[in-house]
Design a protein around this ligand. Structure first.
Ligand code: HEC
Length: 100
């Protein structure tokens, strides 16, 4: 009996832990990633627009769509899938939504 109770307590704890882990807030520092990789074309405030780069403060794209553009690239915008980790891309995409 005690063994079974112990098992359930353990199962519940594991569940709580798993839920805590699955919150998808990126761990990387989006601002730092932006400064090193994106500022050159997009500017510190996202508005520079060098070489036809889009004004990120006026972008209608959702966070997921931004992740897509950053990961796969588009026209003159480079793909970052080999340069940044998925977490860094998520963090920098989130950061670009703060320019509004
Ligand atoms: C070499 C210059 C350059 C760099 C560096 C660059 N971009 Fe871009 N970016 C562009 C250009 C050009 C476009 C417009 C692409 C198009 O014409 O479809 C763009 C478009 C975008 C868009 C889509 C905006 C929209 O409204 O359609 C996002 C989001 C974006 N860039 C984010 C980033 C992030 C984040 C980084 C850094 C990881 C980055 N860019 C680095 C040039 C650059």
């Amino acid at each position: 009996m005690t063994k079974i109770k112990f098992f359930f307590a353990f199962a519940i704890l594991t569940l709580i832990f798993a839920c805590g882990q699955s919150d998808n807030t990126p761990k990387a520092d989006g601002a730092a990633v932006f400064k090193t990789n994106c500022q050159l074309c997009h500017g510190a405030d996202g508005k520079l627009g060098l070489n036809g780069a889009k004004d990120l403060s006026a972008s209608p794209l959702t966070e997921e769509e931004r992740v897509q553009v950053i990961t796969k690239g588009r026209n003159l915008m480079l793909a970052y899938e080999n340069t940044l980790t998925a977490d860094e891309i998520a963090a920098v995409a989130k950061y670009t939504t703060t320019f509004k």
